[in-house]
Design a protein around this ligand. Structure first.
Ligand code: NAD
Ligand code: UDP
Length: 311
């Protein structure tokens, strides 16, 4: 099949390109390199089944493809808040452009949505039928509301044009090929620990997240894309094991053998207090559940960053 991956030079996108190439598909990676890197896809460039276009999805795109994975959008709060208007445009105009493309060429299209659609949730763990608690005018809104609007567009295109859509709500995912300067908690803690610098805990560190290793997420993506016609989602994907940021810091310090100390910093505005997916739907409909425990995934991610820092 001819498969388009938008955001294909980013963290998740580049792993997805690897997987789709391994499965024998022709892959077209589209990226504007805002937070992605050529380094992530460099090894694929010599393969004749792989192609890259430098393109911003807020502008229309005309290509012939069978499937579209729409991942383009900065995922780290640091980067999506850098140019909030561009973040909304990427989520909304970008979704419209990719949906119009899917409509034109009759492609199946999968949207990389997010647990952020639940905002700072009152329901725990979060199930797909929970509508969320999102601040519409805060610094995170460009991303949260942008992704919510993208979901709306996906379901409207489905109802209005009978489009073959799939929507995945991704919970915090980590692993090799995250950008070292990305600002997300796993990469920050590992780099700080490897450099012997203070580990920056935002707030009191009691807020929770559930971390999914990248290989599990990619497996879930492909299962969703290949799932039966009419199963649109949204479907949660993430690892339901929940940790406080203090517990995460402690694990990183032990696994790196670091002498780093903890440094407490202000909690960013609207930072969700707790987050944990209910993955019952993915387990029932896709026979999917994550297999890599946090320690094992952290070891692989630490090894990646250690090698990167030696270069
Ligand atoms: P990332 O920042 O590493 O990758 C995003 C990619 O999109 C980058 O390569 C970037 O250059 C590209 N991009 C951004 N704006 C673009 C535009 N307008 N046109 C073309 N390319 C553009 O982030 P990631 O972690 O790989 O996330 C991928 C997707 O998954 C995003 O849509 C994100 O919202 C979603 N997601 C990720 C997580 C996570 O924990 N990693 C959690 C929830 C949702
Ligand atoms: N965080 C932290 N120290 C850091 C980076 C993040 O304590 O150096 C916290 C952040 O406040 C949030 C959690 O870790 O509560 C996850 O942050 P991240 O930016 O990775 O993703 P989010 O789930 O907030 O989108």
């Amino acid at each position: 099949m001819n498969i388009l991956v938008t955001g294909g030079a980013g963290f998740i996108g580049s792993h997805l390109c690897d997987r789709l190439m391994k499965d024998g598909h022709d892959v077209l990676c589209v990226d504007n390199y805002f937070t992605g890197s050529r380094h992530n896809i460099f090894h694929l460039l010599s393969n004749s089944r792989f192609e890259v276009i430098r393109h911003d999805i807020t502008f229309p795109l005309h290509v012939e493809v069978d499937q579209i994975y729409n991942l383009a959008c900065p995922a780290s709060p640091l980067h999506y808040q850098y140019d909030p208007v561009q973040t909304i445009k990427t989520n909304v105009h970008g979704a419209i452009n990719m949906l119009d493309l899917a409509k034109r060429v009759k492609a199946r299209i999968l949207q990389a949505s997010t647990s952020e659609v639940y905002g700072d949730p009152e329901v725990h763990p979060q199930k797909e039928d929970y509508w969320g608690r999102v601040n519409p005018i805060g610094p995170r809104s460009c991303y949260d509301e942008g992704k919510r609007c993208a979901e709306t567009l996906f379901f409207d295109y489905q109802r209005q044009y009978n489009l073959d859509i799939k929507v995945v709500r991704i919970f915090n995912t980590y692993g090799p090929k995250m950008q070292p300067d990305d600002g997300r908690v796993v990469s920050n803690f590992i780099i700080q620990a490897l450099n012997g610098e203070d580990i920056t805990i935002y707030g009191d560190g009691q807020q929770t997240r559930s971390f999914c290793f990248i290989d599990d997420m990619i497996d879930g993506f492909v299962r969703m894309m290949e799932s039966e016609v009419g199963f649109y989602g949204p479907v949660n994907m993430g690892n339901p094991q929940e940790f406080t940021m203090l517990e995460l810091a402690e694990k990183v310090i032990i696994l790196t053998g670091s002498k780093s100390k903890l440094k407490f910093c202000p909690l960013p505005t609207d930072d969700p207090r707790q987050r944990k997916p209910d993955i019952g739907l993915a387990t029932r409909n896709l026979d999917w559940k994550p297999r890599v425990p946090l320690e094992e995934g952290l070891k692989k991610t630490i090894a990646y960053f250690s090698t990167l820092m030696e270069k």
